[in-house]
Ligand binder design. Structure first.
Ligand code: N01
Length: 895
């Protein structure tokens, strides 16, 4: 498009003062604001930028404390929109310093001539939506007010410093400095007694530099943070070579990655690696000096499983003990109150070695809290420190601070954003807020923002927003606003994504926990940059789903709805399957389908270790194979007889191996997976009769198998759920064996295909209606289909064992599972239901692939323990991170 600059015009407000009229106002002249201004201009919109600072740079304008650098490699932390620009600028270091980044942003402003549209030294003092004019009116601290159709907040996530919250700051007679508002003149700390309060990224970068100058440095630490060496220096040659080999592919990979950096997370779980292999991987990451690398390349479960995470955390703490000479100081510097990565980890240069210096003291505020700041220094409840300078590295009112607290924003019907967000920020896509038309947030709450390479997220957001403004202009539309339903859906999707992480176990600025009184809610989107990008594209592809668009003559369009209803990992798996474009399973023939499933299963993560796995056979007319999973705990254990899925046609006693292992570990029970016979070789009622016979044999041989004699439990998934349900009915009617509980997971319970779930989920969710028809045809003739041995819903439902029935929202079998639960309840059977929202038929058994299924399996395991009369399994994972002091082995080392 030709450069089409539309000059902003001026008009008068009702009180006669000048009002600047523009299409778009953009607050912030940092990474985001500059790029948006450039894009708006190229698209022919008139725009004004506003920034409180006196020059461009955003966060890099303010955060000029000693040691300030980026901690995403600069080859990644760059604009990518203009290949010419990438030729014109070369970073000097792996991690650029703040002055170099500021020079870069100045270079961008000059290259694209952006400064002429920015009003520096200007704060927005209020923003109000004018319903009649369908425009925003901004008042400012300096110069004319602004009338704009669209208002874009490119205010950054970490730009509102948090007050120090310590009594007496005003009484201090020495110098007070804030890392987030460092003076623009040289600060001379030579020969001075300096305190730094705060050991987040800013503190960790500043402390070694300050220690080099100060006569004495006292570091006041409330919470230690995980940190690893940056190994800064010239640009990393391997990374640069990768970039130079194919720049476009490098950038494209970053755009579709999880963190905005071209690295694909390792698929290997921790338990598939030996201790030596884990140490080797860890050491490589330590030497690499790259946060995204260590967060993605060690083992797959480090980010979502406390066990996998503890393995990394232990290795990091080991390093601290190796570097820091004083064991007590090393113990105090070792974090135990949060999982690695759940609080922003840091890159350090000489941080830990700084504590080996004679002029540095660490004060652990967990042991001796600050009582007050006085005229002469800081008093803890044990001692007094005389000081010349106090540096507050105490962080920010993150994500919402710069949007909500900086100026009142009043949307439709006079509603203030502060009120609307009083229970926590709500957005659609992190970009828009219902009730605030034509307001856009860049890297706002609900965007991947601070959990990603900001440069990549910013470009994506800016492109998406400006592209929408262009589309609307082309269609003669002038207003855009998220719907409430879309916004609520996004909140649900955010919560689903965060369940995949360990953020729930840490109090951090991500959740607002660092600001007293702030609502606790995880603010960034944890689903990853690539998935987020595809969702934003999907919104557009589905006719601006979740947006209400309006035009001048009452033109309106609204395609309301939620953009993501699936669990995030279910969505990824289904998208991946769709991309594979597989032939329908029912077109493969029985043996072809079996071969396909066997091959398919080879790609899944291996099951977790259990105490013992044994293969055996069950004697009878036809010997049935079984696989027994025994817990590592001393026996005897209750026994669960398990029936795999596969539509009575596919699978065997090993095909749900990861699931059986997982449930064996969770329940502390023996799982015996039965290899019942399949159709078409063995049609109805073979599978049902095999299931019953196997259960009876296992029950009779419980002691021999290491189980507790007496009642057994049964469980099964899909057709296996059908067999488990049928087995309970047969056991009741045939005088045993005794069954103390049944776990039915997405079971087949009826031969009727007219329930809504069969139509709603007929295609697209792996188990299709056509596949179910095929299974039924192979297993059972039409005349037999109402027999309770295949349609247990049609059987007698009284006096059956207590049941736990799990169904999945996007499963053709959903409604017959629910009908069975309701039928049992009506017949007086004790039933619990789990209706997995956003899940599909395979969610619960795809262990370590559908990680969101883990919480559901935890509930299933609790139910089985209850049925077996066992106490609930201990497991308050939160309590594990509430230790205020390091565990005893480290105290012992300190002694
Ligand atoms: O802030 P923080 P930050 N009394 O909130 C402590 C980005 N960043 O400015 O943890 C005593 O992380 C507080 O203790 P606790 C990066 O995303 C990037 O360092 O609340 N202590 C904590 O130790 C980073 O995460 C770079 O118990 C008090 C510290 O102050 C984000 O900015 C560089 C206290 C605050 O740590 C914020 O980092 C720098 C009190 N009253 C920053 N209040 C790059 O490299 C707070 N603390 C790109």
């Amino acid at each position: 498009m030709p450069e089409a600059i539309v000059a902003a015009s001026a008009s008068e407000s009702t009180d006669g003062s000048a009002v600047q009229q523009v299409d778009v106002a953009v607050v912030g002249a940092g990474f985001a604001g500059l790029y948006i201004l450039h894009r708006l201009r190229k698209a022919g919109f008139s725009a004004v930028g506003l920034d409180e600072a006196n020059d461009v740079g955003g966060t890099w304008y303010w955060n000029r404390y000693p040691g300030a650098r980026c901690d995403i490699q600069t080859v990644d932390y760059s604009y990518t929109f203009d290949p010419e620009l990438e030729n014109a600028w070369t970073w000097s270091e792996k991690y650029a310093t703040q002055p170099e980044i500021l020079r870069y942003l100045g270079f961008i402003a000059d290259r694209y001539d952006l400064r002429r549209d920015i009003r520096f030294g200007t704060k927005v003092t209020s923003a109000t939506w004018d319903e009649a004019a369908q425009r925003w009116l901004l008042t400012t601290s300096n110069g004319a007010d602004i009338s704009c159709r669209d208002y874009i907040m490119a205010t950054g996530c970490l730009s509102a410093p948090k007050p120090p919250e310590i009594d007496g700051v005003k009484d201090f007679k020495g110098e007070v400095l804030f890392t987030g508002r460092w003076p623009h003149h040289d600060v001379d700390l030579k020969g001075k007694r300096v305190a730094v309060i705060g050991t987040g990224s800013s503190g960790i970068q500043a402390i070694p530099k300050i220690a080099e100058q100060a006569a004495h440095l006292t570091v006041f630490q409330r919470t230690p943070n995980f940190a690893m060496p940056a190994h800064n220096g010239p640009r990393a040659t391997d990374r640069v070579a990768q970039f130079e080999a194919d720049r476009a592919a490098f950038r494209e990979q970053a755009r579709w990655s999880l963190a905005g950096v071209p690295l694909t997370p390792t698929p290997a779980p921790s338990w598939a690696l030996s201790d030596a292999e884990r140490r080797e991987r860890f050491q490589k990451a330590w030497d690499e000096g790259d946060l995204v690398f260590i967060l993605s390349q060690l083992w797959a479960d480090q980010g979502n499983d406390v066990g996998g995470n503890t393995l990394v955390a232990d290795l990091l703490r080991e390093k601290v003990r190796e570097i820091v000479k004083n064991p007590e100081t090393a113990a105090a510097l070792s974090p135990f109150d949060h999982p690695f990565g759940a609080k922003r980890p840091c890159l350090e240069t000489n941080y830990y070695t700084t504590f080996n210096r004679d002029n540095v003291t660490l004060v652990n505020l967990r042991d001796e809290p600050i009582k007050a700041i006085t005229a002469g220094g800081i008093t803890t409840d044990r001692r007094t420190f005389d000081l010349d300078v106090i540096v507050f590295a105490t962080g920010f009112d993150a994500m919402t601070g710069a949007i909500r607290a900086v100026h009142p924003i009043t949307g439709r019907d006079g509603r203030s954003l502060t009120d609307v967000w009083k229970n926590g920020p709500q957005t659609y896509l992190g970009l828009t807020v219902a009730g605030f038309p034509n307001l856009f947030l860049i890297t706002g709450p609900g965007s991947p923002s601070v959990l990603s390479n900001m440069a990549v997220s910013i470009e994506q957001h800016a492109d998406w927003v400006v592209d929408r403004l262009i589309d609307m202009r082309d269609k003669g539309l002038t207003t855009i606003e998220a719907t409430e339903a879309a916004q609520e859906g996004w909140a649900r999707h955010m919560a689903d994504c965060s369940a995949l992480t360990l953020h729930r176990l840490a109090n951090t600025w991500y959740t607002g926990a660092n600001v007293p009184g702030k609502v606790n809610a995880l603010m960034p989107y944890t689903g990853g940059v690539g998935p987020y990008r595809s969702i934003c594209n999907e919104v557009v592809g589905k006719g601006m789903l979740g947006f209400r668009l309006g035009g001048p003559d009452g033109a309106a369009q609204c395609n309301d709805g939620e953009i993501v209803r699936l669990q995030p990992d279910v969505r990824l798996v289904l998208n991946m399957l769709a991309e594979m474009n597989l032939p329908p399973i029912e077109s493969m023939g029985a043996q072809g389908a079996r071969d396909f499933i066997t091959e398919f299963n080879k790609g899944r993560p291996p099951g977790r270790p259990v105490g013992e796995v044994l293969d055996g056979t069950i004697p009878g007319n036809e010997r049935l194979r079984y696989r027994l999973y025994r817990p590592a705990t001393p026996g005897p254990h209750p026994i669960v007889v398990y029936f795999h899925g596969g539509g009575w046609v596919l699978g065997d006693e090993q095909s749900d191996d990861p699931f059986c292992r997982d449930m064996c570990r969770r329940t502390g029970m023996i799982f015996v997976s039965v290899g019942y016979r399949h159709a078409p070789e063995h049609r109805f009622p073979t599978a049902a009769e095999d299931g019953f016979a196997a259960t009876r044999w296992i029950s009779e041989h419980a002691s021999h198998l290491g189980g507790i004699p007496g009642p057994v439990l049964v469980a099964g998934w899909s057709a296996g759920g059908n067999i488990a349900a049928v087995t309970c009915q047969l056991a009741r009617d045939r005088g045993g064996p005794q069954i103390s509980g049944q776990l039915l997971i997405c079971p087949v319970t009826d031969c009727s295909f007219d329930r809504p779930s069969y139509t709603e989920n007929a295609t697209g969710y792996f188990l299709t209606r056509a596949l179910m028809y095929w299974f039924w045809d192979i297993y059972c003739s039409p005349d037999d289909r109402t027999d309770p041995r295949v349609a247990p819903l049609r059987g007698e439902l009284r006096s059956l064992p207590p049941a736990f029935i799990a169904t999945a929202e996007f499963d053709p079998l959903r409604d017959e599972g629910i009908a069975y639960a309701e039928g049992l309840a009506a017949a007086g059977v004790n039933v619990e239901q789990l209706k997995g929202s956003g899940h599909f038929h395979s969610s619960y058994v795809m262990v370590d692939v559908i990680v969101t299924g883990a919480a559901c399996r935890a509930k299933m395991a609790e139910a089985l323990r209850r049925f077996a009369g066992l106490p609930a399994a201990a497991g308050d994972e939160r309590a594990r991170f509430e230790r205020k002091t390091p565990p005893t082995e480290i105290n012992a080392a300190a002694g």
